[in-house]
Design a protein around this ligand. Sequence first.
Ligand code: NAD
Ligand code: USQ
Length: 402
Amino acid sequence: MSEKRKIIVIGGDGFCGWPTALHLSKLGHDITIVDNLSRRRIDKKMGADSLTPIAPVKQRLTAWTEATGLSLGFARIDVAREFGRLTSLLASVKPDTIIHFGEQRAAPYSMKGINEKRYTVDNNISATHNLLAAVTGLGIDPHIVHLGTMGVYGYDDDGIEIPEGYLRVYIPGEDRRIVQRDILYPTNPGSVYHMTKSMDQLLFQFYAKNDLLRVTDLHQGIVWGTQTAETRLDERLINRFDYDGDYGTVLNRFLMQAVVGHPLTVHGTGGQTRAFIHIQDTVKCIALAVENPPAPNGKVAIMNQMTETHTVRDLAALVKKHSQAQVAFVDNPRNEAAENDLRVCNRSLIDLGLKPITLAEGLIEETQDIAQKYAHRCIPDMIPCVSTWTDSQRPGVVKSAA
Ligand code: NAD
Ligand code: USQ
């Protein structure tokens, strides 16, 4: 490790935040987790639960100390609503780095109904803006690392490699001059959730320019897998595994479906190509970002945090190959392109030293050690994706004739 840092991990009780907090603690950094435990509450309200038995926060923290001799700080703060408490915490910790995972992150949940749309926008935009306002108000200079998403780019399939955040454009000016600009890649979000991540980008751009905040925005693909080197140390440290129709992401859902004997739920033709990354690589990428803060030069550093791309139907075929699973092509509850190609530049993190885990390597372990072991905890009623993007997609709604 180059330098011991004081790091605040907002959203540090979640799927990406918890293993990141442990990894950075193991690397020798001083970690304070901030979380309002809203995800645990949403699970309860929906009647869902992680496939893996995640321990209460207190038990998680104790288990970490028992396993490693290291300790983690924890503050239960709603970053979107408790601005005063957030500011006081930042003033007392004086962090070198703040990692911001603290948002409502499921696209289907954000499209479930009016209340969920409003909650997602209010929570995500206020959380991000409160953090930026608190940092500038205090006059402190932490490096802010935000978890953004590949989904801000959209899936237009125009045959170009998606660059890392910025698009170089050449604009015809007066006197036949050509003006060169690097602009934020035009956003094309596919859900209210992805829209909030697009809006986050503008908040970061403004504060980086106006207040010279140092911000790294990691545009992450779909995370799969469950365990990391640190969460394996004790069962009480186990990471969350979402499989329900709102929070479960596609590959982890297929792995769980294969072991419980549910047909793999491919939406539409399964021709949607998406970017993926294993959770172990997520925590490594974040450590690399933490160790390489950008200069305060008015520009947000944007890196694409993904390691491979696959179509949904290819993922289903791969999971089927390792199991007895059937594949079901079901009506797509989303409003998205049925087929798209996707090429993504991920040079920055590879150049910083990331050596990706491939799907082929991690798949079997994930299936056997996690999905099979905890299959008995699956609540079958939670498997179907019932949140639709428009009212006319609801089951039973008669579509008007063209
Ligand atoms: P998660 O829901 O498991 O974790 C998010 C955590 O943030 C939860 O513990 C929740 O309680 C907390 N939180 C939410 N709002 C908060 C608030 N107002 N104040 C304090 N805490 C709050 O989600 P995750 O999968 O760990 O995702 C973390 C981040 O990474 C998200 O911002 C998400 O957009 C991004 N991301 C996730 C994935 C993925 O596949 N999981 C992919 C790309 C990007
Ligand atoms: N899909 C299926 N069957 C399923 C579930 C999903 O075919 O049972 C399809 C969806 O229709 C979609 C694709 O799989 O085309 C991906 O869906 P997903 O739920 O795995 O991922 P997504 O909604 O895009 O969101 C997830 C995380 C989010 C993160 C995003 C990264 O929940 O936090 O930002 O991945 S990205 O997709 O790169 O934008």
